[in-house]
Design a protein around this ligand. Structure first.
Ligand code: DON
Length: 331
């Protein structure tokens, strides 16, 4: 045990160094289009990493709760896949990046599907696919799913939910457009409430790192041992995160950083190094596309320093694992 702690120290120091370095970045603005989000503290900043075998590292405000927002989207996509299978889900939502803002009112002209499950239209469609007897049952299944990834019970922040619901006219327009094309069922209000509820679930960046580590670990939460998603759907979730997870910066992200990730306007980013670790970053000031400024910088530096780009020959993990566990190759 003590051996593990001291072995892990260099990586903790690395995270502390990144936290110190990027805490001084003052770019970006906290989201204000939902009044409750405007109350976020722009100085809040946490970084967490959890390995696929359950070691955890936290620096800064790693236990500060915030609303998960769109970071929920890949996980809800995963639930829709489990509930209906790949083909039925793909009949309702595509897998193409949009290159447009996350809240664009746009559907694929040829198929009437939303472009992908990481933008609002696609996420409303995957939310519609959550099975259940009624709203309460669907809500329970949604929270239970998030809870399996996080490893604890998840709660919704009522103030954020009410604020989302009071201002969500654009999402209502998107949902009604999809209803018009038969892409979602005729229970728009219920599905929108579920969508607002999922966006308002409270997490901290340690939770995001565990969620990422669960995907990195083939769908099994490395801290609880509980399976959060069937193994066969993990690569579907990760592919869509890589191609579409960072809004209209997704292509640039895949090119420069190269690890599946998802951002949310609450300031959270989850990133997944398959087989190796999950990263969670929290910092509310956002760039013009809605991504956490410090979150992008931290992920970029971790990717560059440790060669995490998943398309790099011999990729990822080894350098990171060497720093986490010096001597792992026989010392
Ligand atoms: O739909 C909204 O406006 C938000 N609650 C979703 C937030 C988000 O992070 C943007 N995502 N794609």
């Amino acid at each position: 045990m003590s051996k593990m702690k001291s072995a892990a120290a260099p990586f903790r120091a690395t995270l502390q160094e990144l936290h110190r370095k990027y805490a001084t970045v003052a770019d970006g603005r906290v989201a204000t289009y939902i009044p409750e989000l405007a109350t976020a503290d722009p100085a809040g900043f946490g970084i967490s990493v959890v390995t696929a075998d359950g070691l955890r590292f936290d620096v800064g405000d790693a236990e500060r709760l915030f609303s998960i927002q769109s970071v929920s989207k890949p996980f809800v996509f995963g639930l829709a896949l489990e509930d209906h299978g790949r083909e039925r889900v793909l009949a309702k939502v595509g897998v193409e990046p949009t290159g447009e803002a996350f809240n664009a009112i746009v559907l694929d002209e040829a198929t009437n599907r939303p472009f992908n499950p990481m933008v609002n239209a696609g996420a409303i469609a995957t939310t519609d696919l959550i099975r259940g007897e009624d709203h309460a049952d669907r809500f329970k299944r949604l929270l239970a799913m998030l809870g399996r990834y996080v490893g604890r019970e998840v709660f919704v922040d009522s103030a954020t939910f009410l604020s989302e619901r009071a201002t969500g006219h654009r999402n209502r327009a998107i949902a009604h457009l999809m209803l018009n094309f038969g892409m979602i069922e005729d229970r728009v209000d219920e599905t929108l409430e579920l969508y607002f509820q999922q966006c308002s679930a409270l997490v901290d960046c340690r939770d995001l790192a565990v969620m990422g580590a669960t995907l990195a670990n083939g769908g099994v939460n490395p801290l609880t041992g509980e399976r959060a998603i069937e193994a066969r759907y993990v690569k579907d979730v990760l592919s869509i995160m890589l191609s579409c997870g960072i809004y209209d910066f997704a292509g640039e992200w895949a090119f420069r950083i190269g690890i599946p990730a998802k951002s949310g306007v609450g300031g959270g980013i989850v990133a997944v190094i398959p087989g190796v670790a999950g990263i969670g970053v929290y910092s509310p000031p956002l760039d013009e596309r809605g991504n956490s400024v410090r979150g992008v910088l931290v992920c970029k530096e971790l990717s560059e320093r440790f060669g995490l780009h998943i398309l790099e020959a011999g990729h990822a993990g080894p350098a990171l694992l060497d720093e986490i566990r010096p001597g792992r190759r026989g010392g």
